[in-house]
Ligand binder design. Structure first.
Ligand code: HEC
Ligand code: HEC
Length: 219
């Protein structure tokens, strides 16, 4: 085969793959609408919340950067068997999470996952953070900074850590390590209105990488 022909076949294949990924994402977007997911989640960035009222009016977390935030296998599995992530009900500081999230059948979960994984943020640089039980990251998470006061994390005792933030138990399967770092570095891009403090200025860039690697190692 002439190299030119091989190349154009490769290009055609690539185009076909890209087109089918787009088609799956489009089917997923339609399923997302049909499933009433839009009642509680918005999927177009950038972040819309300006005031605390905007945040309190939301009935579920924003998903416009879902493809940067989540790991695909976790997302597809969770949509079929959603277990509480936030120990407290969304936007509440007192009520327990009722654990009543809509449940999807496998086919809808797959196509909606295609759609959600296509939603990415350019504030997330890829390939920067490798999960690691870094001693410095551990020290920051458990002692130097108040992270563990708000977040559950895995230890020998099943439920160590606070309840006001999302549980970070299983964060290594759920979250993209690079997103964790981007979230600490560019918190306002993702959460213009938030309860979690901004750590820019409190943590050096290196320390943010250590703590992101540490959180990304949580089983
Ligand atoms: C009545 C409101 C409501 C509806 C409808 C709803 N969700 Fe949710 N969703 C939530 C809440 C609240 C959470 C947070 C759950 C938790 O933390 O345990 C959530 C969490 C999620 C998450 C994880 C987000 C994160 O940042 O942790 C995904 C993904 C998701 N929903 C997708 C969907 C899809 C897909 C549909 C449609 C089939 C849907 N949701 C319908 C309220 C809703
Ligand atoms: C005062 C409580 C508080 C402290 C301290 C805190 N967080 Fe958070 N964190 C939250 C809350 C609440 C959220 C959910 C989003 C929001 O409203 O900011 C969150 C979100 C997160 C998320 C995203 C989780 C998800 O599923 O969306 C990560 C990762 C995270 N925090 C890591 C950390 C790390 C690392 C530290 C310490 C350097 C820390 N947090 C300190 C309350 C806190």
């Amino acid at each position: 085969m002439k190299p030119g022909i091989a190349l154009s076949i490769a290009a055609a294949l690539l185009l076909a793959t890209a087109a089918s990924a787009r088609a799956d994402a489009a089917a997923g977007a339609a399923a997302f609408k049909a499933g009433q997911c839009t009642a509680c989640h918005y999927t177009e960035g950038p972040a819309r919340e300006v005031t605390i009222e905007d945040q309190l009016a939301k009935t579920g977390p924003e998903l416009w950067y879902a493809g940067s935030k989540f790991q695909r296998p976790w997302l597809e599995a969770w949509l079929q068997d959603p277990k509480p992530i936030r120990p407290l009900k969304y936007n509440s500081l007192t009520e327990d999470n009722p654990g009543d999230h809509p449940v999807l059948a496998a086919a809808d979960a797959a196509s909606i996952t295609d759609f959600l994984m296509s939603l990415v943020s350019d504030a997330v640089e890829t390939g920067v953070i490798k999960p690691k039980k870094h001693p410095k990251g551990r020290l920051i998470f458990t002692k130097k900074m108040p992270c563990s006061g708000c977040h559950r994390f895995p230890t020998k005792k099943p439920f160590k850590g606070g309840r006001s933030g999302p549980s970070l138990v299983g964060a290594g399967e759920r979250l993209n390590p690079d997103w964790i770092y981007a979230y600490l570095k560019s918190t306002k891009v993702f959460k213009p209105v938030r309860m979690m403090p901004v750590f820019v200025g409190l943590l050096s860039d290196k320390d943010m990488k250590f703590v992101a690697a540490y959180v990304a190692s949580f089983k």
